[in-house]
Design a binder for this molecule. Structure first.
Ligand code: C5P
Length: 307
C-alpha cells in the first residue's frame, strides 16, 4: 500500500586531509589510506513510497548535470534497501543538493547514505547500521563514511573505516570549481604518471601510506600541525587536469589560509584556517576576487534522520 508518509534524512560532504594511493588492483580500484573528515555541508533527502523509483533534484548549485536515471546512486540505494527488506513498490526521492557535484567531496555518496537511512525508516527500519554499511560499500567506496561521519581512517578501497581520535573543531573554507573532475579519470592520470616515471623511480609505490602526523594533529585538534601534514596523492593529477586550481590554492594561502588542499579527486579546494574569524575573513577576501566560497566546520555526524 502506498502511503503519503514522508521521511527526511541528511548526510554530510567530506574532505580527505590525507590521501595515500597505492597500486592499481585487478578490480579497477586502488588501495587507499585516507583520513576522512565530515564537514558541515549537507545533502538533504526526502523519500515517499511510490509505485516505481524516481528522482527529483534541486539545490543551491547548478544541478543540471546530475543523472536522474537508474545510474544515480540515490536510486540504486533505494533499490538496495527495498531488495534487502523485501519491500514491494518503489520510492520517489527528492534531493536538495549543497555539496559540489563531481567535486571530490563525496556529494553523490552523501545522497546514497541519506537515501539508505531514509528508505530504511520508510519501510519499517528493519536494517541494522552494519547492514546499511555493507549496502553502502557495494554502492561506492565513499558511502560508508557518509553514513558514519565524524573523523575516520579509511583503508582498502577507502571503505574499511576505523574511527580516528580527534579534539575540537576545525574551520575550513571550500572553493568549488565551475568545472567537474571525474574520479576514475583522476586516478588514471595518477597511474599514467607513475608508469611513465617507473624507470626513474627506485621504488614503485605499492602500499599507500597513512599520515601519522595528520592523525596526531587531529588527535590534538592542532590546525597548524594539520596544515603542515595534509597531503593528497591525487592532487598533482588533479592539477595537471585542471591547471587553474594551482592559482586558487596559491591565492587562498596568500590570503591567510594555513594550507590549501585539493579535496579527494577534486576540483574543490579546501583551505584550513586558524579559527572561525580567519575563515570568515577568507570568504570575504575570495568574494573581493569574485570567487565564491563556503565556510564550514568539521567534524559533523554522518547520515541521520531529521524532523
Ligand atoms: O567507488 P566509487 O564508485 O566512488 O569509485 C569511482 C571510481 O574511482 C572507481 O571506479 C575507480 O576508478 C576509482 N577509485 C579507485 N580506487 C578507490 C576508489 C575509487 O581507483 N579506492
Amino acid at each position: 500500500m502506498v502511503t503519503d508518509r514522508v521521511v527526511r534524512a541528511k548526510a554530510p560532504g567530506k574532505i580527505n586531509v590525507f590521501l595515500g594511493v597505492g597500486a592499481l588492483r585487478s578490480d579497477g580500484y586502488h588501495d587507499l589510506a585516507t583520513g576522512f573528515l565530515a564537514v558541515s555541508l549537507f545533502e538533504t533527502v526526502e523519500v515517499r513510497a511510490a509505485d516505481t523509483f524516481s528522482l527529483e533534484v534541486s539545490g543551491s548549485l547548478d544541478v543540471s548535470t546530475v543523472p536522474l536515471g537508474e545510474t544515480n546512486l540515490a536510486i540504486r540505494a533505494a533499490r538496495a534497501v527495498a531488495e534487502a527488506l523485501g519491500a514491494s513498490g518503489g520510492a520517489h526521492i527528492r534531493i536538495d543538493k549543497n555539496v559540489p557535484i563531481a567535486g571530490g567531496m563525496g556529494g553523490g555518496s552523501a545522497d546514497a547514505a541519506a537515501t539508505l537511512v531514509a528508505c530504511n525508516e520508510l519501510w519499517g527500519g528493519g536494517l541494522s547500521r552494519d547492514r546499511l554499511l555493507e549496502l553502502g560499500a557495494e554502492l561506492g567506496a565513499d558511502v560508508p563514511f557518509a553514513l558514519t561521519g565524524g573523523v575516520a581512517l579509511g583503508t582498502d578501497r577507502g571503505d574499511k573505516l576505523s574511527p580516528a581520535l580527534h579534539r575540537g573543531s576545525m574551520h575550513w573554507v571550500l572553493v568549488p570549481s565551475d568545472g567537474e573532475l571525474s574520479t576514475p579519470v583522476v586516478f588514471h592520470e595518477l597511474d599514467k604518471h607513475r608508469w611513465k616515471q617507473q624507470g626513474e623511480l627506485e621504488r614503485v609505490v605499492t602500499q599507500p601510506i597513512v599520515s601519522v602526523g595528520a592523525l596526531q594533529a587531529l588527535r590534538h585538534g592542532d590546525a597548524r600541525m594539520l596544515a603542515e601534514t595534509m597531503h593528497n596523492d591525487l592532487q598533482a593529477a588533479a592539477l595537471r587536469l585542471m591547471p587553474r586550481l594551482v592559482g586558487t590554492l596559491e591565492l587562498g594561502e596568500r590570503m591567510g589560509a594555513l594550507a590549501g588542499i585539493v579535496s579527494g579527486s577534486g576540483p574543490t579546494c579546501a583551505f584550513l584556517c586558524e579559527d572561525e574569524s580567519s575563515a570568515r575573513q577568507l570568504v570575504e577576501d575570495f568574494a573581493d576576487q569574485s570567487i565564491a566560497s563556503v565556510q564550514v566546520t568539521s567534524p559533523v555526524a554522518g547520515a541521520r534522520l531529521i524532523d
